[in-house]
Design a protein around this ligand. Structure first.
Ligand SMILES: *[C@@H]1O[C@H](CO)[C@@H](O)[C@H](O)[C@H]1NC(C)=O
Ligand SMILES: *[C@@H]1O[C@H](CO)[C@@H](O)[C@H](O)[C@H]1NC(C)=O
Ligand SMILES: *[C@@H]1O[C@H](CO)[C@@H](O)[C@H](O)[C@H]1NC(C)=O
Ligand SMILES: *[C@@H]1O[C@H](CO)[C@@H](O)[C@H](O)[C@H]1NC(C)=O
Ligand SMILES: *[C@@H]1O[C@H](CO)[C@@H](O)[C@H](O)[C@H]1NC(C)=O
Ligand SMILES: *[C@@H]1O[C@H](CO)[C@@H](O)[C@H](O)[C@H]1NC(C)=O
Ligand SMILES: *[C@@H]1O[C@H](CO)[C@@H](O)[C@H](O)[C@H]1NC(C)=O
Ligand SMILES: *[C@@H]1O[C@H](CO)[C@@H](O)[C@H](O)[C@H]1NC(C)=O
Ligand SMILES: *[C@@H]1O[C@H](CO)[C@@H](O)[C@H](O)[C@H]1NC(C)=O
Length: 437
């Protein structure tokens, strides 16, 4: 799905928030299960605990996983899958049954805090659109009857594609085609205020794939790391948006695991923070705190040559780094650990990185007239250990880094405040919005 990031911000203006009373924003993760080697429920819960992940969203209400999540303190959002929506939207009894089996059976041991009714129904299952509101109503009635309506929120997540004219965000509006559904739904969510000014929103899916096919050049580990690291930092800081600064918008990252069975382009299978075996796909570089994701060791960014750089420019930059730049280039000499491979790309990568580390990764120190770029992947190989490396490959450590980074490649969210230019490039992003009562 190719959607621009601006959509994340839109509903702030359509539905200004007033959820400061509900406290700070949190980061959660989505747990999809289109995985050939799906980890068992206890393995999943171990990973969540090891990574200090406190909020998860499921695409169904898997009984084994809900049982494994009991007494962990982890907050759980369950979902009514689209294929059950029709039955629930047509029958109060079916809805009550669903709540009994999938919610009442598990609370309070499992802390179910929200129910998402369907997923992207307007865009993926438009024929079912008219019954969303009745499905929400029926499920809500069942929660009221069980006296759970105060602790369990309910809504339906929507694709950001229902929002039009999304830049700048303040001019965005809903595609009016969906008014017959959106208006009653918003009425339900905010029955006291028909101008809908106080409905809190939550971003139920936001992320970036770490790998794509040849037409998806933005799907890289570095971009995924940059996006998710900055997203987490932005959310946990309660930064809000330019129009509504300081408003908490909790967000679920898409997603915990790579889902290898998903169809579509290569990127579809590579949104995860972790492989199914629990190894991280990359090491996030976050700042401090350890609020989510286990605190780990590394704080690593490196400077490398750009893949399409002109060899003549590389050679000139290499000569500069090892000369006026005062980099110690002796490891590049014959017989030394970084001599092989003996080519200008490998040697300039070493020299650029050494300079970048020597300059304390200061802004501008990884440019070299545009032939260098920052990465989070440790370029060390064999006995050639790059300056700034902690001796192991940054992309395959288990545990997730909580370290600040001011590198040029990690400014996407902060750049938002400076200029909109960043968003003119095509980004890959799944975004759903889940309003909550
Ligand atoms: C369940 O989650 C809610 C919302 O975060 C929290 O207020 C409540 O204390 C939790 N309950 C338990 C038993 O942990
Ligand atoms: C649906 O059932 C609940 C009990 O589960 C009941 O309280 C409620 O009035 C019913 N709502 C409708 C619209 O029939
Ligand atoms: C609004 O949604 C309808 C139904 O999906 C679609 O046909 C139409 O193209 C959308 N409008 C715009 C301007 O995208
Ligand atoms: C919208 O609701 C707010 C209160 O939530 C109220 O102050 C404002 O006047 C309302 N605006 C309109 C156009 O009704
Ligand atoms: C964190 O929030 C403060 C004020 O709320 C803001 O000044 C600062 O820029 C934010 N930092 C980030 C990284 O968003
Ligand atoms: C986080 O760091 C603290 C202090 O260094 C350490 O005691 C703790 O075990 C670490 N947590 C994890 C999950 O690695
Ligand atoms: C991360 O890097 C910054 C600046 O480069 C440094 O101040 C900080 O101490 C590092 N943190 C860790 C955990 O190494
Ligand atoms: C990290 O890796 C080490 C060694 O491979 C393993 O013993 C440990 O259990 C792993 N930790 C987590 C949280 O996966
Ligand atoms: C990162 O950048 C911000 C703003 O440009 C600056 O205030 C901060 O000191 C920098 N942090 C580091 C670790 O360089």
């Amino acid at each position: 799905m190719f959607i621009t990031f601006m959509a994340v911000l839109l509903l702030f203006f359509m539905l200004p928030l007033s959820i400061s009373a509900s406290g700070d924003a949190f980061i959660g993760v989505n747990i999809g299960s289109d995985i050939s080697d799906m980890p068992g429920s206890t393995e999943i819960v171990s990973l969540l605990k090891a990574q200090s992940i406190q909020h998860v969203r499921l695409y169904d209400a898997d009984r084994a996983l809900l049982l494994a999540l009991a007494n962990t303190g982890i907050r759980v959002t369950v979902s009514v899958p689209n294929d059950q929506l029709l039955g629930i939207g047509q029958s109060n009894a079916t809805a009550a049954n669903w709540v009994t089996r999938n919610v009442i059976a598990h609370v309070p041991a499992t802390n179910i805090t929200a129910i998402c009714v369907g997923s992207e129904v307007l865009t993926t299952l438009p024929n079912a659109a008219p019954i969303i509101v009745s499905a929400i109503n029926f499920i809500h009635s069942a929660l009221v009857a069980a006296n759970l309506d105060q602790q369990i929120k309910i809504s339906s997540p929507h694709s950001s594609s229902i929002i039009l004219d999304s830049f700048p965000p303040s001019q965005a509006f809903f595609n009016r085609t969906w008014n017959p559904v959106m208006v009653p739904m918003l009425k339900f969510l905010q029955s006291t205020d028909l101008n809908f000014t106080n409905i809190p929103i939550m971003v139920t899916e936001s992320g970036w794939p770490s790998k794509g096919d040849s037409s998806e050049s933005d799907a890289t580990v570095d971009n995924a790391n940059t996006y998710n690291s900055n997203l987490i930092r932005h959310v946990l800081n309660n930064t809000g948006t330019p129009k509504h600064p300081g408003i908490a918008v909790s967000t679920y990252i898409y997603e915990l695991y790579n889902e290898d069975l998903r169809s579509g382009p290569v990127s579809e299978k590579n949104w995860g923070l972790f492989y199914a075996n629990g190894e991280p796909v990359y090491t996030l570089h976050l700042t401090g705190a350890g609020i989510i994701f286990a605190n780990d060791t590394t704080n690593q960014t490196f400077c490398v040559t750009k893949s399409n750089a002109d060899p003549k420019m590389l050679q000139a930059a290499l000569d500069w780094a090892c000369g006026p730049g005062k980099v110690d280039c002796s490891p590049l000499l014959q017989g030394q650990p970084c001599y092989e491979p003996d080519n200008v790309v490998a040697h300039s990568t070493y020299a650029f990185n050494a300079y970048y580390q020597k300059m304390d990764k200061s802004p501008g120190s990884c440019d070299f007239k545009g032939v260098a770029t920052v990465t989070t992947t440790d370029p060390s190989h064999g006995s050639c250990i790059f300056p700034g490396s902690h001796g192991r490959k940054g992309t395959r450590t288990n545990g997730t880094s909580l370290a600040p980074s001011n590198s040029t490649s990690s400014g996407c969210l902060s750049q938002y405040h400076d200029n909109g230019g960043f968003f003119t490039s095509s980004l890959i992003l799944v975004l759903l919005l889940c309003a909550v009562v």
